[in-house]
Design a protein around this ligand. Sequence first.
Ligand code: VGL
Ligand code: ZN
Length: 242
Amino acid sequence: MQTLDRRLFLRSGALGLAATALPFGSLLAAGNKMNTGSSAALIVVDVQNCFVPGGTLPVGKGDEVVPVINRLGAAFANVVMTQDWHTPGHASFASTYPGKKPFEMTKLAYGQQVLWPDHCVQGTEDASLHKDLKIPHAQMIIRKGYHKDMDSYSAFEEADHKSSTGLAGYLKQRGIKTVFVTGLATDFCVAWTAMDARKLGFETYVVEDATRGIDLNGSLAAAWKQMTAKGVKRVQSADILG
Ligand code: VGL
Ligand code: ZN
């Protein structure tokens, strides 16, 4: 019931705007219920071997996002992907610190950091995009987390909240106003990317069934709560594609 209400609301809202403010078709790409045209972008976060079962930091059922993201990708004019891209001996790896174990916390220059298993090391097969991800018209792959002393969950800015990746400039210079965030993991790189997108002025949606979470000590519920509080909207792929 709730889903139906939301879908009707989203549909009538989008069509109403198209009918009143813009020539029909400029807002809605053919057949889609939401704006997937030239002023929107699909952001595909970290759909890499490291984050699916068999990888070095597997997200439960992470591979299940791939077909959903492929379907979404086909509907969007603009698609941008990210790739977690760490140096060997990276500051976010537990193995960098004697006596530390994966999933413990530590304090770094920019604040608290979860320590992870070694993952997504530059140039390795583990760091490659998932082989079944098929979005040939994706326009950019932005790499992040490549500074040895600093992590970057967000596709927009690194963990010091000062160093920019350049993605906001790229999207803004291309006239993109709305972003739909998908990928792995919901409670880390997807959530941080979505909250930064909102902060940077983009209308921001997370497509829930196109994400999976790590859920470390309740981090998945906490991430949804924070995202919602910051104005990120939660939708399903069917709300977009029908
Ligand atoms: C991620 C933990 C460490 C993610 C990346 O993609 O969500 N999580 N590095
Ligand atoms: Zn990482």
